[in-house]
Design a binder for this molecule. Sequence first.
Ligand code: NAD
Length: 330
Amino acid sequence: MKIAVFNTKSYDQDYFENYNKNYHFDFTFLESALNEKTAQITSGFDAVCVFVNDVVNKETIKILAENGIRLIALRCAGYNNVDLEAAREAHIKVVRVPAYSPEAVAEHAMALILTLNRKTHKAYNRVREGNFSLKNLIGFNIHGKTLGVIGTGQIGAAFCHVAQGFGVQILAFDINENQALKDLGVTFVSLKELFKKSDIISLHCPLNVHTKHIINKSSIAEMKEGVMIINTSRGALIDTNDVIDGLINNKIGYLGIDVYEQEENLFFEDHSEHIIKDETILRLMSFPNVLITSHQAFFTQEAMDKITTTTLDNIKSFKEGAVLKNEVKT
Ligand code: NAD
């Protein structure tokens, strides 16, 4: 099978080439993102392999279908960037990596909480410059606080397990309550109660029509003064302008984000020599109590191993006409 791998970074290529020794697929690694413009170059390929910020909308899928593409292999869990209905109509199968390492993302969410709270990123820079002052580095004990977890699937559940060791009270909201977490002591509550009672809120639900901008002006109004909001899920769960207002008026005490609504032309690339034109991210970067990472929560060796082998297995199953256990359907 000939597979065009879009949005490739050197580390993706390294992992794919290493594991492909056992599979022998014909990969072409492309740096560009897949979208309605770049889809033109897929002629002669059987499949495309894409990541979180490739734009696999109706227009892109139409061109993929015209070029004979039969499979879209996502090398990620989220599939909000794929028009599944258009893919179904075009008879193109969509597969994904449903769980590559929930712990990787959960641990990064906790890293954001700990860094924002104890300001280790600031302390590191201070000490390197010979500044041993503790001024403004004061944090709070996580022990005894109330943690709100929105979405208790694989990552949310892993996050609850990590958080439990800190001695927090965990409140959770999910459209499907998780009995194993209840048995662990997690209390499922309404979204309203979670917003009202949580000191820290961590988002682990998928992005869809129901969850878009779940953090907005009115939900922020219901939250505690000085709340910490953590988003390692998808950028558009947060209405960024409303969160900026919440930071300005001190309602939000801390914001830690690994994802950002307009991240697709920014994240994963080095813009240090360019003028960044996105005024919203520049505003976010200006707050002392905001910590931004560039969609790296998944990025561990274990997760990369799993992403690569699952993607290769998904393509193999497709090639052999076997059951696609990781197929995404409408
Ligand atoms: P999952 O499918 O196992 O869990 C999602 C949970 O969200 C489910 O329990 C589901 O019932 C719940 N949910 C669905 N709609 C909801 C709603 N309206 N309100 C509350 N809960 C709702 O998915 P997962 O593997 O835990 O991943 C969660 C998300 O994390 C993914 O959708 C993806 O966007 C994001 N993610 C981010 C990274 C990263 O590197 N930052 C990596 C992997 C996944």
